[in-house]
Design a binder for this molecule. Structure first.
Ligand code: HSE
Length: 438
């Protein structure tokens, strides 16, 4: 039997503690499968006294993650602290400089520094495992990097944030408020340390940036992503969308567009009949549209300690077995520079929710502005039953109006809405949600 693989673990929070529990509970099984034991020999964490439900009495404590990453007693460094810079980045670079393999779940760091870290890993001949950084327990990185062979990916899209999906699902199914759902997601260990990263869409954008590079063999470019979160989604949007045969999901989408790649993150109406519409709660799903295999859909728990730790462990298995693939699928020098593609016209159009004044001519004026901009309307619905509030305005004589447009381009819709607002027939800011026929 070979020597144990000695892990240095930085960050013993939800995921780190779950990893230690799995290693303990599955010790015999892991050792049998790998022919060697995996043992956490040293940790670095914020508090020594906090009860994490795992036995840390036999491990060496480090206050400095860089020192842990460099320790000669550690064969593999696992970074689960988070943060795009700071100790996470410093310690991962220290480990790679020392030629030591690294496993990380840190999508924020990878979105910003993934390219240079991948280059550093390649130069050092060390592995950099990043499965846990995208879609928690769903093995999407391995599928893209190794499972699809030479298939050319045309589009990747999916639900990549468990917290957003959990919130939208519960709002839809149970009518619970956004705030209550977010609090529950935090208690269940799904949300980031700063949950605005989840609900404002940055977390999905970080994951999408990494996935885009792998799918399209280009450099990582997180700054080129169009991002909208879910904080503006109202119960009324969910209800009306449902009546019209749609579900609202928060999606990350990257696709070839002209000679570039378009990346966007936003709430999206998807048909109730689509597979992605049925992915509820903390589940994530990533769809890969390719030339050879058409569509592959992977789904599973996208957040939570145990699921994410399972992905960390899968990377540790690869490293223990000596499986060596470039971190971003192809060597960094083979990656094309990222070229931003234009946001396309969206098939299926737009969902627009307006608060219109209930006066003669309002609806006709709204429809006519749409017509002037060449926007064709699929349906116009008045919902006098929906409760409405608009800050600073009386809504006594106002009604909710929902328009669904046929395919058109976003700027045209925005231009029409600006004219409608200037006509004085609406209150507040219109809600605009893209529709994807997927
Ligand atoms: N906060 C993330 C989510 C955790 O909710 O999906 C997994 O990256």
């Amino acid at each position: 039997m070979s020597q144990p693989l000695r892990i240095g673990l930085a960050g013993v929070g939800t995921v780190g503690a779950a990893l230690m529990r799995i290693l303990e509970d599955d010790r015999e099984d892991i050792t049998r499968k790998l022919g060697r034991e995996i043992r956490v020999v040293a940790v670095c964490a914020r508090s020594r006294s906090r009860d994490r439900g795992v036995d840390l009495s036999d491990v060496e404590w480090y206050d400095d993650s860089v020192a842990l990453a460099r320790s000669p007693d550690v064969d593999l460094y696992v970074e689960l602290m988070g943060g795009e810079d700071g100790p996470a980045y410093a310690s991962v670079t220290a480990a790679l400089e020392a030629g030591k393999p690294v496993v990380t779940a840190n999508k924020a760091m990878l979105a910003k520094h993934g390219l240079s870290l991948a280059a550093m890993a390649e130069e050092a001949g060390a592995q950099l495992g990043l499965e846990a950084a995208v879609a928690g327990g769903v093995p999407v990185i391995k599928t893209v990097r190794e499972g699809l062979g030479s298939a050319r990916i045309e589009r990747v899209y999916g639900i990549m944030n468990g917290t957003c999906n959990y919130i939208l699902s519960r709002m839809a199914n149970e009518g619970i408020s956004f705030e209550d759902c977010l609090r529950d997601a935090q208690e269940l260990g799904y949300a980031e340390a700063n949950p605005t990263f989840d609900v404002e869409g940055q977390d999905t954008a970080h994951k999408l940036a990494v996935l885009t590079a792998l799918c399209f063999e280009c450099e990582i470019s997180a700054k080129d992503i169009f991002i909208e979160g879910i904080t503006s989604i109202d119960k009324a949007d969910i209800e009306v969308a449902g009546d019209l045969g749609y579900v609202i999901k928060h999606l990350g989408i990257a696709q070839r567009s002209g000679d570039g790649i378009e990346q966007r993150v936003h709430p999206t109406l998807v048909p109730k009949t689509s597979t992605i519409a049925s992915i509820g709660g903390v589940l994530n799903a990533v769809a890969l549209e390719t030339n050879h295999v058409r569509e592959v859909l992977l789904a599973g728990p996208g957040a939570g300690g145990e699921a994410t730790a399972a992905s960390v462990l899968a990377d540790i298995f690869d490293i223990a077995r000596g499986n060596h693939v470039p971190p971003l699928g192809v060597p960094v020098k083979e990656l094309a520079p990222y070229k931003r593609g234009k946001m396309r016209a969206h098939e299926g159009g737009y969902f627009i929710r307006l608060i219109a004044k209930d006066v003669p001519g309002a609806l006709a004026a709204i429809a006519s502005r749409m017509g002037e901009e060449g926007i064709s309307l699929e349906s116009v619905i008045q919902r006098p039953d929906l409760e409405i509030t608009v800050e600073g305005a009386s809504t006594e004589n106002a009604r909710t109006v929902v328009l669904i447009t046929h395919e058109t381009v976003e700027q045209t819709v925005r231009d029409a809405l600006a004219k409608i607002a200037a006509d004085g027939y609406i209150l507040g800011t219109p809600q605009l949600i893209r529709i994807e026929q997927i």
